[in-house]
Design a protein around this ligand. Sequence first.
Ligand code: RAM
Length: 918
Amino acid sequence: MKRINVIALAVLLALSCSSYVKGNETRCVVNTLTINHTTNPLGIDNQTPLFSWQLNCQARGIKQKAYQILVASSPELLRDDTADLWNSGKITSDETINIPYAGKILVSEQHCFWKVKIWDQNGKESKWSSTSQWSMGFLSQSDWKAQWIGLDRIEGKDLTKNEHTRLSARMLRKEISVPKQLKQATAYVCGLGLFEWSINGNKVGSQVLAPALSEYGKRAYYMTFDVTNYLKKGQNAIGVVLGNGRYFSPRASASFFGYPKLLFQLNLEYTDGSKELVVSDSSWKLTTEGPIIANNEYDGEEQDATKEMPGWDKSGYNDSAWKQAESVNPGAPLLCAQPSAPIKVMETIKPISVKELKPGVYIYDMGQNMVGWARLKVKGTRGSKVTMRFAETLQPDGSLYVANLRTANVTDIYTLKGQGTEIFEPHFTYHGFRYVELTGYEGTPDLSILDGQVVYDNLPLTGKFETSNAMINTIYKNAYWGIRGNYHSIPTDCPQRDERQGWLGDRAVGSKGESFVFDNSRLYAKWLQDIDDAQREDGSVPDVAPTYWKIYSDNVTWPAAYPVIANMLYDQYGNVTPIKTHYDSFRKWILYMKDHYLKDGILVKDTYGDWCMPPEEPKLIHSNDPARKTSGEILSTSYYYYLLTLMQRFATLLNKPNDAAEYDQLASVIYMAYNQKFFDKENGCYGNNTATANLLSLAYNLVPEENKKAVFENVVNKTENDFHGHISTGLVGAQWIMRMLTQYGRSDIAYKLVTNTDYPSWGYMAEHGATTIWELWNGDSADPAMNSGNHVMLLGDLVIWFYEDLAGIKSDPDAPGFKNIIMNPAAAGNLNYVNASYNSSRGLIKSDWKKDNGHFDWNITIPANASATVYVPAKSEEEVKENGREVSKSEGITFLQMEEGKAVFKVSSGTYRFSSLY
Ligand code: RAM
């Protein structure tokens, strides 16, 4: 018996890292180790990295009682359990995420190795996890020994035409010799606006469009690469190509930061213990005469392959025609390690059709509005040109519809060198498109010569969501494509026209919905830094960050995203660091707004209204109907009130009771003034009774208890009567509509909104050809001046509703980061199943329910060390079974109470199968 167990155990361990059960004895496996939410990150630059891990246990009700972390400067030391950097000792704690490092002071370029073990509630000890690692980047600006190099001027004549800037990609090269056996080689690189680089002709890393965007006036990001295996003994060549990105701005009138430039440092460590430094300086060579003759994120890229210089990136190349690189002005005052995931090619898709529109003009249909570029295989005469243009939709005659791209030319041009099959793909531009127009191709192009490279931040996919309703599934898919396409190291508003900016208002609440689909924690934490960097000295927060467009309108609803997203990161990821980091800046802004715009308890400044509410006429972008518009003061005051409640939460978390009291007091003043000015007691509504005014008042708890029902009834009336069961909000109201309808017992109306297929609805978009989400409810008919086919702002709280309300996977605000999960699915409308999962920081959460003829069946999984409050639809507790048995006989479940037709249980970790009659 014993032997069999041992063999089984060995097999299990060999097969996977999952948990194992040995007789009655259960142990957990500790895995999925991360530092700053990243697996084995390189070159981080904060002194207190955050440690997280997951527990994998099969048994129910496993809780961590204590942990021990060991950190060592070499894997060998760690193997012997010698933690020369940090031995946390046995820490009594049930926390598994965001644990701050508390060991020896870390130094620049240090390599750290770590492992962790845990004790469960019975004192049972796990094995050590396997070893993970990270490395430090530069902790001081003085660690940079390199010089910024480039050419701070135009070569030849200025090619800027009508605002469209044009500059070839600058190329840099340097040969180095590696005389001895290398132990470790680490490169730190920042190329602005964008860079790609290689060693001996091999591209280093799989990132594209790097580094992450930033507020260049304040900081730029560098990336760290382990290049030990790229270098060989002897002579090596380093090649760098610099693109323009947003640094050398695509439009002359937008914020302009300078000419492309490079900062490069390579540290070589030899096995004999000696070290050498290779840095960018004026000994590097530079040319502006390379094959990328123009690159502009809006207008596209032009490559002339006849200008290729074979061997330029290898040693021995004759670079005598190249210039000496010049030492130039610094690219940014501060260099920081890129905290967010790099942008990569995340998927390749094939076109679904190609048609010859007229002789020599071919239209490819990718079958999906995607973001990235097309990669083309082409053969032909030297000097001939192929051209690709991109669009989201077609005109009735089958040609590209480009009117909504405004001034963006979105044109990639390739001049053939005429040698065999040539592959063309751009390096420093990207497009938002479904259709590609190909011209200049010799012969008849077929489907095989072109594919779509889908490009966005390399974020783990965390969510899976499917329901019995096909339209909901389509909308979810459209949302998924929209979200991924608008992750570009910042959340962008759109990917196709001459804009692509980080508009704050678009993502305030949406960021939370997105967090169910992708692990966006690093991206949004980084964006908060962009916003912080963009905050003015006086406290004003812009509407767009980074401020490539400088708009400091002192609106409330857009800058509000700054604290709202910090709050999201706390709720969804249990990470309080963003709140700590930005608290002072939030406060500065809150006080600035109060001092400038709070008049008698009313916040009087608003810029955008309830942006993009459904207009009454198909051609309109914005409604002209006063009855549809929500007063700006209602939006800004209610939002400001909500922000004060968030600030109170933050102040309490950070142990600042005086601040908390101050916010509370100000909030009470606003509460009174708001109700006095806007509440119409007789009719139970706010302002002119728009759904948005009433929804915000309800969501932010501005409605006196006794009036809540009446106010909610007005939301129902507006939706059902005035808008015939349709949404009537823009992006501000949409942030609450689905959840409020559900919370107040009308999930049937929420269901109607999401399954509508006539105007205005998400279903209308889908039925009219959308494969993403439109900027406007009437995106098929509105004026092209502002009509993107790929914006995510109108999703509002829809994706949150999918996960929290339909699937029933919601983080308990009192136990953030899904430490306790509120599982209360709304079996809305005629849905008869939802199958969803969410890979939280603590592990996989599953909810898979079916409803059939009065029977409710529900499989759930709660990760180890977490718990859930579970609401099972049932007439009584007795109607509920778990795995076919009475619930009281099941392990890990405690009945709490009956609540509105649901039996509520407290459930510990594990997998459960509930069934009930309801
Ligand atoms: C437009 C963008 C953006 C929105 C602003 C106010 O330019 O579409 O999404 O936030 O306006």
